[in-house]
Write a protein that binds this ligand. Structure first.
Ligand code: FAD
Length: 484
């Protein structure tokens, strides 16, 4: 019980103006920001992982949309990059808010003026300590998956977010049972129509081919509800570095089990299943089906690491999702303590087109912004919320297609008060514009659509687009001419 132990102040104390806990993308972006804004200030990074993650290349796509390359760096490399930084390779276990101290596992004590918690999040686990259930989080777990797949015949993938989608697409030579709780695949990011667009890619033999058939459709919300569309601490490109392939097998069938969840996992063979061949593990679903497989890949979301550091004389105010609540200055409820990245929950009133999602982009933006807030707070100044929190943006790749998400791309918060404009070119592009009050509120752009800049501008400036009508998505009309 750490609460009963007082800080051993007789041991040598390290002092720093800024202390950051966690060497992930939020922590490193925070350190990078401080190194620019308060150049020679002593900074301490307390990091528990064997490597540190850093953004090495940033490619701007539009004003607000950027693609990153994230690399794992050694502690020595990072020290060379930031001369005022001292790195403590240890886990923080305790904070004294009164004395402004952090204690690590090896009893090192660090005094801070401003502290930023960037401890990330951990995957939710279906069946803890089960050797046949793998969670993908870091390089080690990705390599474990790669090795296990080399000799696997069938895996069960559970989850319907970005990671599960990427894994299903990347695995070759292994049959996949994809267990999702929604009515359509990849529901965290895309709508049923886009899921249908991707559906062909689940049959992995077919490759992308171009098609000239273009459909432009405008749906009102009611039509949409009735239409067929409703039928259906790694980082970006982490899978490029590993091969999720069993080279001994050619086929890779994907069976999607919709609207169901795992009920039970049997490690040993259940008597009633004896007609099937021997598998390492059996997965029983809520829909009554049972599948034998070599192992389960669990990708069902994360829980913020908000409770792994004990706080003396207080506690962090947590949100319903267990994130540490932060205000528009990235401050927690505890004095001089900030939080950024996956560990925190933005608790300010958000701009109309922004919401939080635990992604690289936002970890980076929050880390950099927290640095500005901390440096300004030293001078007792508060700052305006950064412009990057005006609109949600995310770029990723699903099934080999570029996917860009802007603003309220899934009509979040609009209830039924919106209409959709779609342009679908089979196997080439899927474009969805979300319109409300004759203004663009969000966009989902799949494929090389070249529409991201226009959409971004229309969402930000809230121009009345009624005069454009369906020309907005007419590929023969250059809509940019309207603005000239
Ligand atoms: P993390 O990167 O998790 O870093 C937190 C760090 O804090 C860790 O190094 C941890 O060891 C350390 N730590 C924790 N507790 C302590 C402690 N007490 N003391 C010291 N150190 C501590 N996002 C995207 O935008 N695009 C993607 O394509 C994408 N793909 C992903 C694929 C996978 C497989 C996973 C797992 C995530 C993916 N994400 C993706 C999400 C993205 O990785 C996270 O949003 C991002 O890493 C959050 O950064 P962070 O710095 O907040 O946390």
């Amino acid at each position: 019980d750490f609460g009963l132990i007082t800080f051993d102040l007789s041991s040598p104390m390290i002092e720093a103006k800024y202390v950051v806990i966690g060497g992930g993308i939020a922590g490193m972006s925070c350190i990078d920001g401080i190194s620019i804004l308060d150049k020679n200030a002593p900074v301490v990074l307390i990091s528990a992982s064997p490597y540190i993650k850093a953004v090495t290349y940033v490619t701007p796509i539009t004003k607000m949309l950027t693609e990153y390359i994230v690399e794992e760096k050694s502690y020595d490399d990072v020290s060379l990059m930031y001369p005022s930084l001292r790195i403590i390779k240890d886990a923080a276990i305790r904070i004294s808010t009164e004395k402004c101290l952090v204690e690590t596992v090896t009893s090192q004590i660090i005094k801070y003026e401003k502290l930023c918690i960037c401890t990330g999040a951990s995957p939710k686990v279906i069946s803890p300590n089960n050797e046949f259930v793998i969670c993908i989080r870091d390089t080690d777990s990705a390599e474990l998956l790669q090795n296990k797949l080399k000799s696997a015949k069938r895996v069960v993938v559970v989850g319907n977010g970005g990671i599960a989608t990427e894994i299903v697409y990347e695995i070759e030579g292994v049959d996949i049972i994809w267990v999702i709780k929604d009515k359509h695949i990849s529901a965290t990011f895309i709508d049923p129509g886009a899921a249908e667009f991707f559906q062909d890619n689940l049959c992995k033999i077919e490759k992308k081919e171009t098609s000239s058939v273009i459909k432009t459709i405008k749906y009102t919300t009611d039509e949409l509800y009735e239409s067929k569309l409703t039928g259906a601490a790694l980082g970006p490109n982490w899978h490029d570095k590993i091969n999720l392939i069993n080279k001994n097998r050619n086929s890779s069938n994907v069976t999607v089990e919709y609207e169901t969840e795992i009920k039970n996992i049997w490690n040993t063979k259940n008597i009633s299943l004896q007609k099937e061949e021997d598998w390492s593990i059996y997965v029983e679903l809520n829909n009554g089906k049972t599948y034998g497989c070599d192992f389960v890949v669990s990708a069902i979301g994360v829980i913020p690491n908000s409770e792994n550091i004990l706080v003396e004389n207080g506690s962090f105010e947590l949100s319903f999702d267990k994130g540490i609540k932060v205000n528009s200055q990235m401050e927690t409820n505890l004095k001089n303590i900030y939080a950024a990245g996956d560990v925190c929950t933005a608790s300010w009133i958000p701009a109309r087109h922004w919401f939080q999602m635990r992604l690289w982009t936002q970890a980076r933006q929050m880390g950099s912004y927290a640095a500005r807030c901390m440096v300004n707070a030293i001078h007792e100044e508060s700052i305006m919320l950064d412009f990057c929190f005006e609109m949600f943006t995310h770029v990723t790749r699903f099934f080999g297609y570029k996917v860009i998400l802007l603003g309220l791309f899934n009509a979040q918060t609009l209830e039924k008060n919106y209409e959709l404009m779609l342009r679908v070119t089979k196997k080439q592009e899927y474009i969805k514009l979300v319109i409300s009050d004759n203004k663009l509120q969000g966009a989902l752009l799949i494929g090389d659509t070249d529409l991201e800049e226009m959409c971004e501008n229309l969402i930000l400036n809230q121009l009345d687009i009624s005069e454009f009508g369906e020309d907005l998505l007419n590929p023969d009309i250059d809509i940019e001419d309207y603005f000239d």
